[in-house]
Design a protein around this ligand. Structure first.
Ligand code: PLP
Length: 440
């Protein structure tokens, strides 16, 4: 461990890291360290970078806005950038009418749960207090977010802090029980959800990531699954909260993922790529029906008791506005839809690698699951420290890769060029080959 550093890193066994490369610059798709080494950013700086680093338009907006107004509060006041961005987001998001700002995906999800819980109280239905979510879902690291999206490996130590949530199975094709066909398994999952909804009249909301689960192991929902969940929510009077923090804004190939899934949320959360990955900003959007339930005489105390210091920060909002304009001007989503084929072409080659049990891909996201036994689907044991081996080897190929346990993730900035994406895919394949050799 580098005794000179005062920084405590996230999700990191600090004893295992003698030191960390110090990133001092970012240019396009590349991160540059203090020694001048370049690394292609294969994780989009935690799944949020859209245009690469130092994008002129975003930097110019930040400078311009920083000179004009850096921060002003949404308590009793508003600011032009927060107003403009909210209008844009509502226009993009079918069914949504109001935007509540926060500064991370986790806070956006906390807010969604609080809004849902209070909504039922506002309309006089006091018993609807239970949340239902999908197994393996992930919604962030704060206490409420951990309750909603419980990943046992990450959160078992914090169980005492969490509120109870009913969890239902997710249609995981790779790891479903053998007695099912995939179509049967999807039906089984939907039936479970319906049974939970039918059994109790106390369910406030169903919470799920939109389009796919990412941090819980990259499980891409089959066609119509989310649509059917959405229909079940309507049928049983359960609010649907969708988490598009990692999957929206083009990561899975669509701008608004819930739209492409033909689903109808009551509340939806955005984050990560909202500012192009340049500043912390997240939003929780709600329908008019939900918003209106919070209106009433002051003495009824129906207002939403939630707010952060940086709620609606104008610098972040201005950056998000420029980012969204760039999506449109550059036709980013249609470019992504073409680029996704570059991933598809490599799947067979990756599947043939000795350790690869499964490859899952959608849009600008690929997960490569490493197993020690392909038939038994046994994940590579964590004591092999595969995450660290992959990271170290990938650097030799000039790429920055991060795994989710035994799953190698390829999550590049969305605007990555064809050449750079090939470089990233080639480097990842070579990395896996070399790590495999070293393990044997
Ligand atoms: N929801 C999902 C689906 C996520 O993937 C993440 C982060 O990876 C979060 C919520 C939490 O976001 P943040 O890390 O900004 O708190």
């Amino acid at each position: 461990m580098n005794s000179k550093s005062f920084v405590w890193h996230p999700y990191t066994q600090m004893r295992d890291w003698a030191d960390f490369d110090i990133i001092t610059k970012g240019k396009g798709m590349w991160l540059i360290d203090s020694k001048g080494n370049k690394l292609l950013d294969g994780v989009a700086s935690m799944w949020c970078n859209v245009w690469g680093h130092s994008k002129r338009e975003l930097v110019n907006t930040m400078i311009k806005q920083a000179k004009r107004l850096q921060h002003s509060s949404l308590f009793n006041l508003t600011n032009d950038q927060a107003e403009l961005l909210a209008e844009k987001l509502v226009n993009f998001s079918p069914g949504m009418e109001k935007v509540f700002y926060s500064d991370s995906g986790s806070t956006a999800m906390e807010i969604s749960a609080k809004i849902a819980l209070q909504y039922w109280q506002n309309i006089g239905i006091k018993n609807k207090t239970t949340f239902v979510s999908l197994q393996n879902g992930y919604h962030g690291d704060t206490v409420g977010a951990m309750s909603l999206g419980y990943v046992p490996l990450f959160f078992s130590k914090f169980k005492k802090l969490l509120f109870p949530v009913i969890r239902v199975p997710v249609p995981d094709k790779y790891r479903m029980q053998k007695q099912f066909t995939f179509a049967q398994y999807q039906e089984f999952c939907l039936e479970k959800i319906e049974r939970v909804f039918a059994k109790s009249n106390d369910i406030a909301a169903f919470v799920m990531e939109s389009g796919a689960q990412i941090a819980g192991g990259v499980i891409i929902y089959p066609q119509n699954f989310q649509k059917k969940v959405s229909q079940l929510c309507r049928k049983h009077g359960v609010l649907l909260i969708l988490d598009e923090i990692a999957t929206g804004f083009g990561r899975l190939g669509s701008f608004i993922e819930y739209q492409s899934q033909s689903s109808v949320p009551d509340i939806v959360c955005y984050g990560k790529m909202l500012t192009g990955g340049y500043l912390p900003l997240a939003t929780t959007l709600a329908t008019q029906k939900i918003y209106e339930s919070f209106l009433g005489p002051y003495e009824d105390m129906k207002q939403f008791f939630h707010g952060h210091t940086f709620t609606g920060n104008p610098l972040a909002c201005a950056t998000a506005i420029t980012n969204l304009d760039l999506y449109k001007r550059n036709h980013l989503i249609s470019k992504i839809q073409k680029k996704t084929k570059q991933f598809e072409k490599r799947i067979e080659e990756i599947m043939d690698l000795t350790l690869v049990g499964d490859v899952r891909h959608k849009g600008m996201l690929m997960a490569i699951e490493l197993v020690s036994n392909k038939d038994k689907k046994t994940p590579i044991s964590s004591d092999k420290k595969i995450h660290q081996k992959i990271f170290v080897e990938a650097k030799k190929h000039k790429i920055y890769l991060r795994t989710l346990g035994h799953i190698v993730m390829i999550v590049p900035p969305l605007a990555i060029s064809k050449r750079e994406l090939d470089f990233l895919l080639d480097g990842t394949i070579e990395t896996i080959k070399k790590v495999t050799k070293d393990l044997n």
